[in-house]
Ligand binder design. Structure first.
Ligand code: AHG
Ligand code: MN
Ligand code: MN
Length: 326
């Protein structure tokens, strides 16, 4: 952001987008502003995590219901509270809830969107002050659907918007509504996300791979051969253990992020609908590629909400390189 640039908040950015769509009712704008509000609330809770004694490990080992204290549950509740009563939200679905939640079961003008999210991505990083994120995906609701699954289980190509918030050394939001990728930084003193980049482009290539190499012995031979090749060719390895942080690095600096099938997770670990799809939409909108083996992730027809997938995403040349080994 140059000193001379206008200050544009996320709110104004969204309104700017709405103004380009004659006939827009503002519903979508309300949903994005609810997500921005959740991000600010979650960010402030994360920044105080140790002080407020809400770190994850307490609940994670307790069977007396103390899991309610965990930050990923708190983040989930924050999103549900912010989205719950917004006009235009028909269904929400979260990593933290078994089933999609129907908010408005109507066929009229309300209840037109489905919002899916991973409230806190990489939450095992919290105890060590590592980066965590929030990921969201927005789909259009089919009011004629008889069962909630019928409206929710849509391919990633049908997303109307996707984004993530990275709670790192600063809190940033990266957003696409299908017309390029923009980035915003939370100005904590003002309490607003300010736009710092538009039309972001991922570098065409980058000599960094991001994968949990502890799983390497159980990767299929193609992935193992790729890693041997990358190491022989001067590649660096970077892995934060939070998809949002790892994919954000790849978006900014180039390279490839992988989560291949493993013995523990033969279909891959990451969830298709609220992790892989939104991150894939952003990467593709920035000029990158995203595949599950040789299939484009955004074209996978989901058969269940919490479906998992393997992932190879990032700079186009690096994704092609991985695929050439498979
Ligand atoms: P979540 O915290 O939402 O369950 O997601 C964690 C995911 C993802 O963020 C990350 O890329 C991956 O798990 C890390 O898994 P490993 O620890 O198996 O590498
Ligand atoms: Mn996650
Ligand atoms: Mn999560």
């Amino acid at each position: 952001m140059n000193q001379s640039d206008n200050l544009i908040t996320l709110q104004s950015h969204i309104l700017e987008g709405e103004a380009k769509h004659p006939g827009a009712t503002g519903t979508f704008t309300w949903i994005l502003s609810a997500l921005a509000l959740s991000a600010k609330v979650i960010s402030s809770k994360i920044r105080r995590a140790r002080l407020d004694d809400v770190l994850g490990s307490v609940g994670a080992t307790n069977v007396q219901g103390e899991t309610q204290q965990k930050l990923d549950v708190i983040a989930n509740e924050t999103l549900l509270r912010c989205l719950g009563k917004r006009e235009g939200v028909a269904v929400v679905a979260s990593e933290e809830n078994d089933e999609a939640i129907v908010i408005q079961k109507n066929t009229g003008k309300d209840g037109r969107y489905i919002v899916l999210f991973d409230p806190l991505d990489g939450s095992s990083n919290l105890d060590t002050c590592g980066a965590v994120g929030t990921i969201f995906s927005i789909l259009r609701h089919d009011p004629m659907a008889e069962h909630v699954d019928e409206t929710v289980l849509q391919k990633g190509t049908r997303q109307v918007a996707a984004g993530y918030i990275l709670y790192g050394s600063s809190t940033i939001c990266v957003l696409t509504t299908g017309n390029g990728v923009s980035m915003f930084v939370l100005e904590p003193n003002v309490g607003s996300f300010l736009r710092v980049a538009e039309n972001m482009r991922i570098p065409e290539s980058g000599k960094t791979y991001s994968v949990n190499e502890g799983n390497r012995p159980t990767f299929e031979p193609g992935y193992q051969r790729y890693l041997e090749w990358a190491q022989a060719n001067g590649y660096s390895s970077r892995y934060a253990g939070a998809m949002v942080a790892d994919v954000h690095r790849v978006l900014i600096q180039g390279g490839v992020f992988l989560y291949p099938p493993t013995k523990k997770a033969p279909e891959g670990k990451l969830r298709l609908m609220y992790e892989a799809n939104p991150m894939s939409m952003i990467i593709e909108q920035a000029g990158g590629k995203s595949c599950a083996g040789k299939t484009r992730i955004l074209e996978i027809q989901p058969s269940k909400l919490h479906q998992r997938t393997c992932v190879v995403m990032g700079s186009p040349a690096e994704v092609d390189r991985v695929l050439s080994f498979l």
